[in-house]
Design a protein around this ligand. Structure first.
Ligand SMILES: [Zn+2]
Length: 107
């Protein structure tokens, strides 16, 4: 006669840790400028991570990084969240939109 005793000594496997990755809340494909509650243009997450909060911060940063600006390999417009890979593309954007495009490989 086989024993029918139920074994319950086995520990349950630990549940896999769920990593809380914040989903990017960026609306995709919208090149329009966002505005903050105060009506100021909102800067990109990238720029905010750098500590830039206002257009004035961007201007200052732009001026500080101006020497050698055209030698950059990566550029970013904090107002449009747009990246550029050449100085000419960045310069064209600045002319067309009047935005200070930051040299991003600087950081
Ligand atoms: Zn722009």
């Amino acid at each position: 006669m086989p024993s029918t005793r139920i074994r319950s000594g086995r520990p349950a496997p630990a549940p896999a840790l769920k990593r809380a990755t914040p989903a990017p809340s960026m609306p995709a494909g919208s090149p329009r400028e966002r505005l903050t509650d105060e009506g100021r243009p909102a800067l990109s997450d990238k720029a905010r991570r750098l500590g830039l909060e206002t257009p004035e911060d961007v201007e200052r940063e732009f001026r500080d990084a101006k020497s050698g600006w055209s030698k950059g390999t990566e550029y970013h417009c904090p107002f449009c969240e747009k990246d550029f890979w050449s100085a000419s593309g960045a310069r064209k954007h600045m002319r067309r939109r009047g935005h200070p495009v930051l040299r991003w490989d600087w950081y």
